[in-house]
Design a protein around this ligand. Sequence first.
Ligand SMILES: Cc1cc2nc3c(=O)[nH]c(=O)nc-3n(C[C@H](O)[C@H](O)[C@H](O)COP(=O)(O)OP(=O)(O)OC[C@H]3O[C@@H](n4cnc5c(N)ncnc54)[C@H](O)[C@@H]3O)c2cc1C
Length: 380
Amino acid sequence: MDFSLTDEQLMFRGMFRDFAQKEVAKVATHTDEAEEPPRDLLKKAAAQGFLAAMIPEDFGGAALDPLSYALLLEEIAKVCMSTAVTLATHNSFAASMIVKYGNDDQKERWLPKLAESLGALALTEPDAGTDTSRLATRARLDGEAYVIDGVKTWVSNGGTAGTLLVVAQTTNGPAVFAVDAKTGGIKIGYREPTMGLRGVSINTVYFDHVRVPAIDRIGSEGEGSAIAQAAITNMQLAVAALSLGCAEGAFELGKQFAVERKQFGVAIATKQALGNYFADTEIDVEALRHLIEYTTWLAGQGQAFKNEAVMARLFGAKVAREAANRMLQVHGGYGFSDEYAISRIYRDARALDFIGGTPQIGRVMIAQQIFESAGVMIQP
Ligand SMILES: Cc1cc2nc3c(=O)[nH]c(=O)nc-3n(C[C@H](O)[C@H](O)[C@H](O)COP(=O)(O)OP(=O)(O)OC[C@H]3O[C@@H](n4cnc5c(N)ncnc54)[C@H](O)[C@@H]3O)c2cc1C
């Protein structure tokens, strides 16, 4: 068992850390306050190849191994969760679908575009959240094209993406479509006024008689649920990496504050009550890191990692939420002020329990796996 990073992974991590510290950190507060995606920064991220993280080299991509990709998200999430979630949504939700299920023609047409501009996944609907088996969005075959009608909600990158991966019902079940966001009939609607991740454009997207060439259907009719589930599994692993970075970012801010802030004539870091917060967070962070390393190892070996991704994501979101909460407490009343970055991290961390599904449905999936071998079927 070798836990060391390869030379290449070390090189990547250095590069990601450098970009995060030099480019991302300086715009993180403004991104949150302005409630706007950091468009210039995202262009720089594209130039670095971060939008091509999952794309094979044959199609101009960076083809990062799963652990290197997790390191990318971790380093960016340490300083700006909005930017990290934007990248994770693009790579794990959108690009991954075409990488895994697209044919060569689709890869040649869509992947170079995705290497340069953002992608999004349009799955959730007003009446189909956890239960995505009841999608109301329809894709009707009309000659050489499908006509899509429906409403999608909570589309991360909805207002910024050039490519939408849309899941819609056909006569033979759900299917996935790659759609240019500028196609006639698409209207980018309401932007969710979220408590955190304010630099991510999360929108409702309307589809009104949107004609999509049939050649842009990814996979077959009826395969949409399986394709969406694979993307969700990718995203769950990404959420674990985002959680790790989020927890580490909170930890560093708390540590710095605890060393500098003096009460009773000494640094508050000397007080055991606070020391316990740091010790507990350190344990959580290291446990999460190993869960991610193991799950990315499975993914890199081409082995199934669905169950491990759910566990890593469930644990990760909890670790990030608790780390942010503890470190906010370390800041005392200042933690409750928007003047301090920990308050942003606390708000951002809360989103990790929703992206790629909720902890409740995640536990259902784990329980299903546990009891399957005993012949007991658990329904959500
Ligand atoms: C920040 C953020 C980003 C998102 N990004 C995207 C995106 O890019 N693309 C996209 O398509 N969607 C996205 N979503 C939507 C997200 O996937 C859904 O919010 C999530 O799947 C839950 O659906 P819902 O909000 O409709 O809640 P509901 O399904 O209505 O659930 C409400 C509550 O009931 C619980 N519940 C439901 N069913 C069960 C069950 N069977 N057993 C136990 N508990 C259950 C849920 O866990 C939850 O606590 C995003 C959401 C957020 C908050």
